[in-house]
Design a protein around this ligand. Sequence first.
Ligand code: NAP
Length: 333
Amino acid sequence: MKAVQLNQYNGNLLRVLAAMRLAEVPMPQPAANQVLVRVEASPINPSDLAFLRGGYNVRKPLPAIAGFEGAGIIVSTGEGSNKNLIGKRVTFYVNDDRQGAWTEYVTLSDQDYFVVDKDMPMEQVACLFINPFTAWALVELAQKGGHKTIIQSAANGQVGKFIRHFAQSHNIEVINLVRKPAQVEELKNEGAKYVLNSGEDNFDEQLRALASELKATAAIDAVGGGLSGKLFNALADNGEVIVYGGLSGQPLSGFDTLGAIFRNKTVCGFNLNGWMSEKSSAEFDKVSQTLQSLFTSGKLTTQIQASFPLDGFVDGIRQYISSMSAGKILLRP
Ligand SMILES: NC(=O)c1ccc[n+]([C@@H]2O[C@H](COP(=O)([O-])OP(=O)(O)OC[C@H]3O[C@@H](n4cnc5c(N)ncnc54)[C@H](OP(=O)(O)O)[C@@H]3O)[C@@H](O)[C@H]2O)c1
């Protein structure tokens, strides 16, 4: 079968791409209690780019197959697996050393996939496993923390869009941060009340004033670097910055030390795997059903900007990095 193969980790993405290949690799065979899935589509996510650059917490021995998330159809099962699963569509997450999602076939264990509602559109299934659950979990955290106003960075991304949706249903006000003037207009046209452009000269003052007026006590941050410090400094006493992404590629910085000491502000990290491992399967299924009904009813949608065949992965990645806010790019074997 064919798979997109990574041959070197490099902070320079163009160098990584130049060394990547669509390679012929052995077809995986399902072990006991595993299923074999024919991949239908897989998105390019920020975590994939971080992985290619060698800056992610998953580092596979090379050559490695890239891609973490996708949709596909179960085509066979290993010993002990339910044969009735054959023909079902699943959403999946794969991060083991020998496999990846940018491929034709993948073997999966129980915890790596779940069967989806038959009414879920395939492209939406491909982007279901990570972002919708992440946004759900982050808003759940905000709600449990009693936060009435939150700030979020990268607000024009897919997680950002879902966060706005869930926050609204919990009556949590959101201050949305984007980095281009056109994105301010776009979000306002979609109904977002508070949108700031981090690229503006007086952004720091605007952020502090709005956060203070609305008494923002939490920030959900996908960017890191100096922006995290600005968020921290803008929050009210007892505020917390929840960092869930490192899009800037920079270390967290700029925190007001006295804010931590005398105003009881904190910084913590979030990752979806940790959240999932704390949920019982009944709790997870409940969230999953709620999310899927939002997608099948069209209330939630992952924006997809284009699809590319596997051998178009370089063009796909290039297009994605030049226009992330335009939506996901799918690789379709
Ligand atoms: N911790 C977890 O478990 C977890 C789970 C899911 C996702 N995530 C993280 O969540 C973040 C968002 O993912 P997504 O899938 O929603 O992304 P996405 O839909 O691809 O959108 C990325 C957004 O981030 C903006 N952006 C990119 N680089 C930026 C920078 N340096 N400064 C400010 N904004 C920047 C982009 O704006 P432009 O259009 O202006 O580039 C775009 O709006 C990523 O960091 C991802 O790794 C984490």
